[in-house]
Structure formats: structure tokens, C-alpha cells
Design a protein around this ligand. Structure first.
Ligand SMILES: Cc1cc2nc3c(=O)[nH]c(=O)nc-3n(C[C@H](O)[C@H](O)[C@H](O)COP(=O)(O)OP(=O)(O)OC[C@H]3O[C@@H](n4cnc5c(N)ncnc54)[C@H](O)[C@@H]3O)c2cc1C
Length: 808
């Protein structure tokens, strides 16, 4: 075995082999794959290996689309034959109106990407798949390209191509130790020798936590047992020349595909079981768990009704194997937080159907520093330390039980909640807060108007629509208070800390103590990587604030760029401090009433400035900054004194008509202002010029990503960010949905909400630069209807910022 390699991939299932193949494609052929047993001997060999193209969001649609194209190309290559039933066709059965609404959402998302799916009625579905009983089926989503592939042959084909490109594959070579060297290389120890590698990719399937233990890491990944059975021959299939379309059913959580002349039926049973929580037998290789058809029994009746032919045939074989789940059911594909040159390809739940895309993504990240798609939904840094094994197991069980049931807009399922709470959680709960979850934190979305209010979820405007409107009205009349738990917040100290931060961002960072600057930092190609508020404070320390979800992302980004030998220190306050927002015309009066040492007038405490203040006797950092466009202050308060500060504000607030508001109100108001959201609207697929953030780009200085940005500027904008008014009161648009002109896709929506101050149905979107002129009439697909959408001015509410500047 060689002693050095640019990259070592650990694990020879679809994850590892797709990574290896794509690294070779990107030119990193000095690559080695190490597999403890035989290739595919983990989960991959016994996969049902379906490759649908339907998915719930843009990224997964694109990854599946790419995966299918890759597999087709591999299967058509005569040098390595693969059994790939490409384009058998697949059906998603829709048995309630909400299922139909969510499919309309997906049809719009897909169409916006140029991917088409059909909606069939029950009769047409029955014609295409005569095995189906379509009783109770309202409609069927038809996936033309759905199919299945032989997973072992697929992996062998990827292995053959990788070897041909120059990569080495060592079977029966378990990795037994991993050590990072001072120069950031990795020492990879195996039973057959040691390799020093610049990068490692961990793709260890259900043994990921065994490999993690070699580095002191606990991945938020567990495995679940998952079962399918294969029937004896079905008479209707024996003489059928083509394959019967595949079926997936969100109501009864099962899938079915043809296997030879019988059916393969996989079931996600309610009474499900985790696998290997207390360790995995080292000899569990090419192995299965014990059959346990009894667990499936409660699901069998409706499935047998749906597919009556199952009542007539026997079961030939049962497969019960471990399938990996991460704590939010998405895989962990990307950089491992806290470690350099260590990459993750783990938690693969749909590893065959999406595996081609994951490989391409990770190879692009490693070789070019970014992918062509914003990969945040799969980025390992999105899940932080609260997601321990117990939590991951609870969420995985819940996700398993809900397989094929997509989350409705704003739906946060109950398992593992509350995970992280501020000291105000019980207080706000007592006030009726309906909580959502951000990076594990419970955050109030709105306040239920009565104890018996039952929150609904769906694609139309829901029963909380007017409730949020009332919150906006109350705060814009008097003053409102919101809690943003988990806001990402670092205290940065050390010699030259501010200059160092300034060198990393494309924006102007003020060096005036107490002056807040909104800053962006870029990828190597000049796309948006991150967003932060930076405030130099008296005494040399710097406040760094960013989105709650950025906790690991930003820490990684900063620590990897620390100057060598510097004394700069970054201390996270994300889990020790909480942000309260006070907003509305009486904000300054309320704060003045509880904080006698500070002059809260506009002249003494202007917009975009910060001061250390006392709220009563509680010390806080106050920043005059406004996401809502109202007069507003952020108050950053230690959790130990959060309740005290809240009580002081609430007690004094009665005099000023203080009300509470939640995230939905904030989201509505920031859309009216045209403010974007990191990883919602500001993603790595666009540069700051396209995102209409040019005012935050200081062309007169050097910054990482500048050459890339200049090259992009020369090439012209791919898309541009706009605000759209949607001419419908039926429901809000949803992120990812397409924007069209005469039915032709010209962009997609990134976020949307009703604007209560402007009384408009609003969305933020990136569209073709040719159509960004104000007043341009475009179309969106809203719950199955084509609706007119007009391009609006970039800021619809108080464009001169007279409210936060105290001029109104
Ligand atoms: C019953 C069932 C049905 C499924 N059906 C589908 C489906 O229809 N469509 C779909 O897309 N997905 C399906 N899946 C999921 C899919 O099969 C998996 O997502 C995929 O196979 C996982 O691949 P992997 O490479 O991550 O893991 P694995 O295939 O488990 O590969 C990991 C490899 O790492 C190796 N390894 C571990 N530790 C070490 C070490 N220390 N040193 C070296 N090597 C090591 C292991 O030996 C193993 O070969 C199904 C899963 C199951 C269980």
C-alpha cells in the first residue's frame, strides 16, 4: 500500500465510491479508498436501490436528476454492464387534499428548475399500474424517470472507473486509527499499513461512529432497521412485457417495485427499531438483521388493500438491514465541523438515489472550495452539539415513522423537543407562544390568542395569519418585544482582531468603537459564504453576530483563517447569551424608563450604533439595528440574567403598551424592507451583486473571493434578487417555487410572507436580469394555479429608513 495520498476515502459503499469517482473526475486521482471488508458489504448490497427523481426541495431534485443521468451514462457504457431499470416510472399516491397541495408545491419547484412531473387522476394511474386499487386516491404524482439499479454493479462500475483514472482501492483493510498531524495532514492507520493523507473522507455507513471514535467525534447519526419483502411471482407480471410502475404511499408509508416477476415491498413500520446503539458486532458484514414481519403487521392490511395481488402470493424472502439516519434525516455531506481536511459522507438514507449527486458535491467542495449548488441543507455544520445520540435516535424514529410524509410549511415535529431553551421559554410559553425550532432552539413564532387555539399547517394562509397581523399592528402602534434565542454571537479579542476581520470580508468594517457594520464574506468564486454584524467595542473587543444556524459554520470559517501565531481568541456566547428585540415607536421611551444611565435619544444613540447599557440592574449590549424597519434595539443579555431583564422590561412595558411578537411577524416585516436571510435568500449560488448587496462590497480593498467576484461581474449577472407581489390572497408562495414568464422558468422564490404593513402577498426571488424592472409582470404557480406576480421596488416599507433613523 502506498504511504502518501492526497485523499483517503474510508468506506466502500455507494457513499465512498461516489466520492472517489467524483474526486477522480475533478482531477484528484492520487486517491485511495480503504474498505474494512468487501466493497458494498455494509448497507449498500441489500438496498432496494430505487432511484426516484421526485424530491421535496430544489437541491435534492437537482442531486437526484444528476444521479439518474450519471447512472444512465454508466449503465449505457458497455465496458461495465449494470442492471438499471431506468424510467420504469413511479407513482406517489395522494390520498388527502394536503398531499395534493404539497405536490402542487413540488410541481412548481421542479418546473422552475426545468424538471417536469405529471399529476394523474386515479383512473389513469390504474391504467398504468393495474395492480393498484385506487380507492380513496385523489391524484397521483407521476415520476417518469423513477427506476431501480443493481447497487453492487453500480459500485463496481464506479470502482472500475476510479481505478482506471489512477485511484487505488484496498479491500479487507480496516482503518484502525486516525491522527491529525500538526501540518493538518492525516495519519491513517490500517491493518495493512499506514498512509499519510492531505484529506480524509469518512463514508463508513452504519459504522460511522466507530470511525468517529478514532477522532473523538460522535456523529449525529444512528441506524434504523429497515425491512422489505420480495414475493413469489405475481401472475399479472409473468406475461407483462414491461415493468409495472413503482409506488410510494405517504399515508401507509410503504414503497413497492417490481423484482423479477414478483414485487418488492418496503414498509416503514410505526413500531420501528434502532440498530447497533450499544455497539455493532465486528463480524456483522454482508449481514442482515433478523426478520421480524410481526412488526409490519399493523401496516399490512391497508397495503394489501392497496395491492390486492399481495393477498394471493407468498413471501419469498425478507431483507432487514441497517439504514443510517442523521438527526434531521438529511445526510451529512461536506466539511466536518471543527476539523481541518476531514470530510463527511455519512447518514445516507437515500444513498443510492442521491449518491451520485453527493459524490459530485463533496468532490467540488474539496477541490474548488465550493459546489455549484448551495449545499447547506446537507452540510454537517448545520447540526450542532445538542444533537447527541439519544436525541438523534428520537428524531430518527420519528422520521422513519413519517417516511414519505413531507413536512408542511412551518411544521416542526415533536420528538426531541424542547432541545434547547432560554430561561424565558416557560414564561413565553405561558403567554401562548407557539414555538418553532432553529438550531435546536425553541423560538416563538407567534402567540396564540387563546388557550384553545389549535395551530394549523398547510399551503394556504392558516389560522394564525390574522394573529400575526395583530402582532405587527401592536408593535407598530406602541412597542413590541421578541426573543431570538440561539442568535450566534462571538466575542473576539486579541491584537489586530478588527483588522483581521476586516481582511476577511468584502464589506467596509468601521473601526469606530460602537459602530455596527453589516458584512459579507465570499467563497473563492466570489459567491456569498456568510453574513455577520461586526461591532468594535471600547476596550478592543469585537462583537460578531450572525444567524443562529451559523454557529458551527462561522466558527469554522473564522478559526481556519486565524493568522498563524496570533493571540486572537474567539469565544462563543451563542449558548450563554440571548437576544431580545425591542421594536416600535415607543422603543426608546420604554428603554429610557428602565435604563437611567444611558441616553436613548436618537442623537446620543443613533441607528447602527452600539453601547453597553443596563436594563435595570442587568448589563447588556444594546445595538440600534432594525430587521423590521421600525425603531428597534437588539439587547444581548447573559442567560443568567435574561429573566430579570425581561421582567424589568415587561413591568415597565405596561405603561407603553408593550406586546409580544414572534418570528413570523419579523419575517413579514423584513420582507417588506427587502432584507434577505442567510441561507434562505443569501446562498452560495449567488454573488453579492446578484443579491443586490453591492453597497456592502468595498471595491477599494482586497478580500478573499475578489478575483472571482470581478470575473463574475465581467460575465454578467446570472440572476438578480427582487421582491415580488403575488396577486392572490389564497396562500403565500413557498421557498423554491418557480417564477415564470409565459410559462417559461426564469427564476425561483427564496422566501415569502404576507406583508401586514403594506397589505401585500410578498416573495423574494432570484430571476433572470432581463425581467427585474419594476412593474414586470411574471407568473408563479400557487397551489396549482397560475397567478400574476409583479416585480416591486426593492424596499416597500419606509425606503429612506426614516423610522430607525428617528426622522419620521
Ligand atoms: C432495506 C433497505 C432498503 C433501502 N432502499 C433504498 C432505496 O430504495 N433507495 C436508496 O436510495 N436507498 C435505499 N436504502 C439506503 C441505501 O442503501 C444507503 O443509503 C446506502 O447504501 C448507504 O451507503 P453508504 O456508503 O453510506 O454505507 P455502506 O454501504 O454501509 O458503506 C459503508 C462502508 O464503510 C465500510 N467501513 C466501515 N468502517 C470502516 C473502517 N473502519 N475502515 C474501512 N471501511 C470501513 C463498511 O464496511 C462499508 O462497506 C436502503 C437501505 C436499506 C437498509
Amino acid at each position: 500500500m502506498q504511504s502518501h495520498a492526497r485523499v483517503v476515502v474510508i468506506g466502500g459503499g455507494i457513499g465512498g465510491l461516489s466520492a472517489l469517482y467524483h474526486l477522480c473526475q475533478e482531477g484528484w486521482t492520487d486517491a485511495v479508498l480503504l474498505e474494512r471488508n468487501e466493497l458494498t458489504s455494509g448497507t449498500t448490497w441489500h438496498s432496494a436501490a430505487q432511484c426516484p427523481s421526485v424530491a421535496f426541495n430544489q437541491l435534492l431534485l437537482l442531486l437526484r436528476d444528476y444521479t439518474i443521468k450519471l447512472y444512465k451514462e454508466l449503465a449505457d457504457d458497455p465496458t461495465y454492464p449494470i442492471n438499471y431499470h431506468h424510467a420504469t416510472g413511479g407513482m406517489r399516491l395522494l390520498t388527502n387534499p394536503t398531499h395534493v397541495d404539497e405536490v402542487h408545491h413540488i410541481l412548481s419547484v421542479a418546473k422552475g428548475l426545468g424538471i417536469e412531473f405529471d399529476l394523474l387522476d386515479a383512473a389513469e394511474a390504474k391504467r398504468r399500474n393495474p395492480l393498484l386499487n385506487t380507492d380513496g386516491v385523489l391524484a397521483v404524482m407521476w415520476d417518469e424517470k423513477d427506476g431501480d439499479i443493481d447497487p453492487a454493479q453500480l459500485c463496481q462500475a464506479l470502482a472500475a472507473r476510479s481505478r482506471k483514472a489512477g485511484a487505488a482501492i484496498h479491500r479487507n483493510t480496516p482503518v484502525t486509527a486516525l491522527k491529525q498531524l500538526p501540518n493538518d495532514e492525516w495519519l491513517v492507520t490500517t491493518d495493512n499499513g499506514t498512509i499519510t493523507a492531505e484529506h480524509i473522507v469518512i463514508a463508513a455507513g452504519y459504522r460511522v461512529n466507530e470511525v468517529g471514535a478514532l477522532m473523538g467525534i460522535k456523529y449525529p447519526v444512528i441506524a434504523m432497521e429497515h425491512m422489505y419483502f420480495v414475493t413469489e411471482d405475481i401472475p399479472e407480471l409473468v406475461d407483462r412485457p414491461d415493468r409495472v410502475p413503482m409506488v410510494r404511499c405517504p399515508r401507509d408509508t410503504f414503497y413497492m417495485r417490481q423484482e423479477k416477476k414478483g414485487l418488492l415491498v418496503g414498509i416503514y413500520e410505526h413500531d420501528c427499531k434502532t440498530f447497533g446503539m450499544d455497539g455493532i458486532d465486528p463480524d456483522f458484514v454482508n449481514a442482515l438483521c433478523l426478520d421480524d414481519l410481526d412488526r409490519l403487521l399493523p401496516k399490512m392490511e391497508p397495503i394489501f388493500e392497496r395491492l390486492p395481488c399481495l393477498q394471493e402470493v407468498g413471501i419469498k424472502s425478507v431483507v432487514n438491514g441497517p439504514i443510517s439516519y442523521a438527526s434531521d434525516a438529511g445526510p451529512l455531506v461536506g466539511k466536518q465541523p471543527g476539523l481541518r481536511n476531514c470530510w463527511s459522507m455519512n447518514g445516507l438514507r437515500v444513498g443510492i438515489g442521491e449518491g451520485g449527486g453527493y459524490g459530485k458535491m463533496i468532490a467540488q467542495m474539496m477541490v474548488h472550495g465550493e459546489t455549484e449548488w448551495d449545499s447547506w441543507q446537507l452540510d454537517p455544520r448545520r447540526i450542532t452539539s445538542f444533537a447527541n445520540t439519544e436525541f438523534t435516535a428520537l428524531k430518527s424514529i420519528e422520521d422513519y415513522q413519517h417516511e414519505f410524509r413531507w413536512h408542511l410549511p412551518h411544521e416542526h415535529r415533536p420528538a426531541g423537543r424542547p432541545a434547547k431553551t432560554s430561561p424565558l421559554y416557560p414564561v413565553l410559553k405561558g403567554k401562548g407562544a407557539e414555538f418553532g425550532v432553529v438550531n435546536g432552539w425553541e423560538r416563538a413564532e407567534f402567540y396564540r390568542p387563546s388557550a384553545d387555539f389549535e395551530t394549523t399547517h398547510g399551503y394556504t394562509f392558516q389560522n394564525w395569519h390574522d394573529v400575526v397581523g395583530a402582532e405587527v399592528r401592536a408593535l407598530t402602534t406602541n412597542v413590541g418585544l421578541a426573543e431570538l434565542s440561539g442568535f450566534n454571537h462571538y466575542r473576539i479579542t486579541g491584537t489586530g482582531a478588527l483588522e483581521w476581520l476586516d481582511s476577511l470580508t468584502c464589506s467596509r468594517v468601521s473601526n469606530k468603537p460602537g459602530k455596527a457594520s453589516l458584512c459579507y464574506y465570499l467563497t473563492p468564486k466570489g459567491n456569498i459564504a456568510g453574513e455577520a454584524t461586526i461591532v468594535p467595542l471600547p476596550g478592543g473587543e469585537v462583537f460578531y453576530g450572525s444567524a443562529a444556524t451559523a454557529e458551527y459554520h462561522d466558527m469554522d470559517w473564522l478559526t481556519e483563517r486565524l493568522p498563524e501565531g496570533s493571540d486572537i481568541r474567539i469565544k462563543s456566547r451563542t449558548n450563554t447569551h440571548t437576544m431580545l428585540v425591542v421594536a416600535g415607536p415607543k422603543t426608546r421611551d420604554l428603554l429610557a424608563s428602565v435604563s437611567r444611565c444611558t441616553k436613548w435619544g436618537q442623537a446620543d444613540f443613533p441607528w447602527l450604533s452600539a453601547q453597553r447599557v443596563f436594563i435595570g440592574y442587568v448589563e447588556a449590549l444594546a445595538i440600534a439595528i432594525s430587521y423590521s424597519g421600525e425603531q428597534a434595539f437588539e439587547l444581548h443579555i447573559p442567560n443568567t440574567q435574561l429573566y430579570a431583564a425581561y421582567e424589568i422590561l415587561a413591568n415597565s412595558g405596561a405603561e407603553f403598551g408593550l406586546s409580544h411578537f414572534g418570528m413570523f411577524a419579523i419575517d413579514s416585516m423584513r420582507l417588506e424592507k427587502g432584507y434577505g436571510h442567510w441561507k434562505g435568500d443569501f446562498i452560495t449560488e449567488f454573488n453579492p451583486i446578484e443579491a443586490r448587496l453591492s453597497r456592502f462590497v468595498n471595491q477599494h480593498k482586497d478580500f478573499p473571493g475578489k478575483p472571482g467576484l470581478l470575473a463574475q461581474k465581467k460575465a454578467g449577472n446570472r440572476k438578480e434578487r427582487v421582491i415580488l407581489e403575488i396577486h392572490s390572497t389564497k396562500g403565500p408562495a413557498q421557498p423554491g417555487e418557480g417564477v415564470f414568464l409565459d410559462g417559461v422558468p426564469i427564476g425561483s422564490i427564496t422566501s415569502a410572507s404576507w406583508g401586514y404593513r403594506t397589505n401585500k402577498n410578498l416573495a423574494m426571488a432570484y430571476i433572470d436580469p432581463k425581467h427585474v424592472a419594476g412593474g414586470s409582470e411574471l407568473e408563479v404557480l400557487l397551489i396549482g394555479e397560475t397567478v400574476c406576480a409583479t416585480v416591486c421596488p426593492p424596499c416597500l416599507f419606509d425606503p429612506e429608513n426614516t423610522l430607525p433613523r428617528g426622522l419620521a
